[in-house]
Design a protein around this ligand. Structure first.
Ligand code: C5P
Length: 305
């Protein structure tokens, strides 16, 4: 059984105050984009895992993806087995195209694909609601990786309301340098807020403009409405991202923003041709390790074989 799940870009990421449980209250708008990881599962005794592709050392990038219980797919398998009362017997193979620790929810995509693939392999017949509840236990972004499309996320990002988007959006993702740790970026935001160098999280930016722009365009409206509270702390931790974003807009992007906690730069293109041209320019600019033209919305985790 094979399932695949998409990367995401947060076209709006409003971060509220730090909660007692260590998470921040969010208001975010997720967009699933056409960069997919796949997870293939087969019957085996006990759990085992192999990971290939981006971030595994064989790709030229850092070997940052673990192949044991630290990997979210392992945790997803154990959680589903416990929920369904079955033995966690399977070999999992993760084929990564989504770079790790890039702000694209690659690990969350892998976990969502694992839930879908193992549900089919084990015949556990979990409902989408069951899978969404398990996904929320695994991580804040995993429910969206399961759902896909466009959605408004609240709570710590796990409470989702699907949103209608009537048109396709073309982007170029530029992955710059080493991965960034999500908790480190949130921690930097808290530090800057405490120091008064960034406004506190009491008043989050409104999601209305970005939702209206996503629904009916034009690209200039979406470009004007993009917002990410994690961008300033990501730039503080990676000053070279500032130049990367400038390079993207000078190369013809409608706008550029840091994706999630970074360090990926998401550059909005006018249309598909514009994205191909922009990807060519950015690949030649020498500031990004990997450049990918993608579009969204696309579907969430689903079986492909
Ligand atoms: O939920 P997930 O495991 O992806 O979160 C990783 C880390 O990101 C959390 O441990 C926390 O430090 C930070 N986070 C946060 N607020 C959120 C989501 C994540 O502070 N809403």
């Amino acid at each position: 059984m094979t399932a695949r799940a998409p990367a995401k870009v947060n076209v709006h990421l409003g971060v509220g105050p730090l909660r007692a449980d260590g998470f921040h209250e969010l208001e975010t708008v997720f967009l699933a984009v056409s960069l997919f990881d796949t997870v293939t599962v087969r019957r085996a005794e006990g759990l085992s895992l192999s990971v290939r592709g981006e971030g595994t050392g064989s790709s030229g990038g850092p070997a940052s993806v673990p192949t044991d219980q630290r990997n979210l797919v392992w945790q997803a398998a154990e959680l589903l087995a416990r929920h369904a009362g079955v033995a966690a017997d399977a070999h999992l193979t993760v084929d990564k195209s989504i770079p790790a620790a890039a702000g694209l929810a690659g690990g969350s995509a892998d976990a969502a694909a694992t839930l879908v693939a193992l549900d089919a392999l084990w015949g556990t017949r979990a409902t989408r609601g069951d899978l969404a509840a398990l996904a929320a236990v695994l991580g804040s972004d995993v429910p969206f990786s399961l759902l896909g499309g466009v959605a408004l996320g609240t709570g710590r990002g796990e409470r989702l309301t699907p949103v209608l988007a009537r048109r396709r959006w073309d982007w170029v993702l530029g992955i710059a340098g080493e991965g960034l740790s999500t908790p480190t970026v949130y921690g930097e935001l808290d530090a800057q807020r405490a120091a008064g160098t960034l406004p506190d999280g009491g008043l989050m930016a409104a999601t209305g403009p970005v939702l209206a722009a996503l629904h009916s365009g034009p690209a200039s409206a979406l470009a004007a409405a993009l917002h990410n509270d994690l961008q300033a702390p990501a730039l503080r931790l990676r000053p070279e991202l500032d130049r990367a974003m400038r390079v993207a807009t000078e190369a013809g992007a409608r706008a550029a923003l840091v994706s999630g906690s970074g360090p990926t730069v998401a550059a909005l293109a006018e249309d598909e041709d514009g994205a191909v041209r922009l990807a060519d320019e950015l690949a030649g600019a020498g500031v990004f390790r990997t450049v990918r033209a993608v579009h969204g919305p696309v579907h969430g985790a689903r079986l492909v074989g």
